[in-house]
Write a protein that binds this ligand. Structure first.
Ligand SMILES: Cc1ncc(COP(=O)(O)O)c(C=O)c1O
Length: 424
């Protein structure tokens, strides 16, 4: 039996600092200096054009348009599809709030569909059950390290005349049956926020194969301007990316493929190592996914093999051992970030989510773990240590339970003392 849990004063299993993130090198500095000196810091500059071309090629997309971030990109996708008040958009209950927030932002109503236990992505059966005459679109999120079932969703969307939007904020480099993430839906949306597999601190991109919709997207992100001329095309706002971000993204893309393959290999090693730990489950592989990127590493744990320790304590114990782990996203409609304003819709729409619970998503949010960040799978030794730490915590699950009870008693005791002090 390994030593005492770090949470209870033992030595942490992993003391090595996590690999740095984000990654940059001298070429990035050179490009940034070149942008600085060029005086062309924004407005369809050469770096943005070059990055868009390269990223489109990498994804196998007809076109890429860069925008300010991956929330705005979703909003613009909906606007370009003329979705607004009175319309419903089906979104997964388990995702970052921006997926549903974008729907609220355009005045439409987000309708939450459940996810599947096998991939944590939107469940086509649940989507089917939520389609109404007002439904206009489905947003499929490729979550953590899995893709939503684009075969079933594509069929469903075609049958009901709905737009399929792919939220690829976690899916840089993914392919479904040989086709890049974002190219199977009418629009694909990417984020380049700090934690993402490719990042410029902030940033986003839209993939679109329909030239008319791409023209609308361009106008929407660029103050209504028509492409290549200054004449007005319609309503738009400023959601542009800067040349500095584009210059950084070129370096990120250049690194992506090697990085992706390396992490995939380490993730496979990690899966094999943790397969023997009682009560730890990974998600099954997806045969349709022909290229895969690890963003987060999703894990389930069996409460009975962890002495029914609450998930927060498990997270704390793993972190104390030096394992960078966190809980999954909240179910959107239970998130503290999903406020009354979101529920009502910022333009008067109303959300029916209160009557439509998503039990699978709720269960995953209660007991799912994400071993973040993909960058922490640094090298083979890291992977062994991470797995050993997980095994250590499982072997000491009884102690974890004791720690939980101790805290509950301490908390109750403190409450009692406060009560007595108030009464005396
Ligand atoms: C699934 C998903 N969609 C959308 C977004 C929004 O992207 P951004 O942070 O660039 O606005 C995120 C970002 O975390 C995300 O994880």
């Amino acid at each position: 039996m390994p030593s005492l849990l770090a949470l209870r004063g033992g030595a942490p299993l992993r003391t090595k600092p996590n690999p740095p993130w984000p990654i940059s090198d001298a070429n990035d500095s050179e490009r940034l200096t070149a942008v600085l000196r060029s005086g062309a810091w924004s407005f369809d500059g050469p770096w943005e054009k070059e990055f868009s071309r390269q990223f489109a090629e990498y994804c196998g997309a007809a076109e890429v348009l860069c925008v300010a971030n991956g929330s705005v990109s979703l909003e613009l996708a909906l606007r370009a599809l003329r979705i607004g008040p009175g319309d419903e958009v089906i979104v997964p209950a388990l995702t970052w709030v921006a997926t549903a927030g974008a729907v609220v932002e355009v005045g439409a109503t987000p309708v939450f569909a459940d996810v599947r236990a096998q991939d944590w992505c939107i469940d086509p059966e649940s989507v089917r059950a939520r389609i109404t005459p007002r439904t206009r679109a489905i947003i499929a999120v490729h979550l953590y390290a899995r893709m939503a079932d684009l075969d079933a969703l594509g069929t469903l969307a075609a049958r009901h005349g709905l737009h399929l939007i792919e939220d690829c904020a976690h899916a840089h480099g993914f392919q479904w049956r040989g086709r890049g993430a974002g190219t199977l839906g009418v629009i694909g949306s990417y984020s380049f926020q700090q934690s993402k597999v490719m990042t410029a601190g902030e940033g986003g991109a839209l993939i679109c194969g329909d030239p008319l919709i791409a023209d609308r997207l361009y106008a929407l992100k660029n103050c209504g301007r028509k492409r290549r001329t200054e004449s007005c095309f319609g309503f738009g706002f400023n959601h542009r990316l800067t040349e500095f971000q584009a210059a950084v993204l070129i370096g990120q893309l250049a690194r992506l493929e090697a990085q992706r393959q390396h992490k995939e290999h380490l993730a496979d090693q990690f899966s094999a190592l943790i397969a023997t730990i009682p009560g730890v489950q990974t998600l099954p592989p997806q045969p349709q996914v022909t290229r895969r990127t690890m963003y987060g590493f999703p894990l389930r744990y069996e409460g009975s093999e962890f002495a029914r320790a609450p998930v927060d304590l498990l997270v704390e114990a793993l972190r104390a051992e030096g394992v960078p782990v966190q809980r999954t996203y909240d179910v959107v409609y239970q998130s503290p970030l999903w406020t009354a304003r979101s529920r009502q819709g910022s333009h008067g729409g109303s959300s029916p989510e209160s009557g439509q619970r998503c039990p699978v998503a709720e269960e995953i949010a209660r007991s799912g773990l994400v071993l973040l960040h993909f960058n922490f799978l640094g090298e083979a030794a890291d992977v062994s240590e991470l797995a050993a730490a997980l095994a250590k915590v499982q072997q000491h699950a009884g102690d974890l339970r004791m720690e939980g009870l101790k805290r509950t008693l301490r908390h109750a005791g403190a409450g009692l003392l406060r009560e007595l002090a108030l009464r005396s």
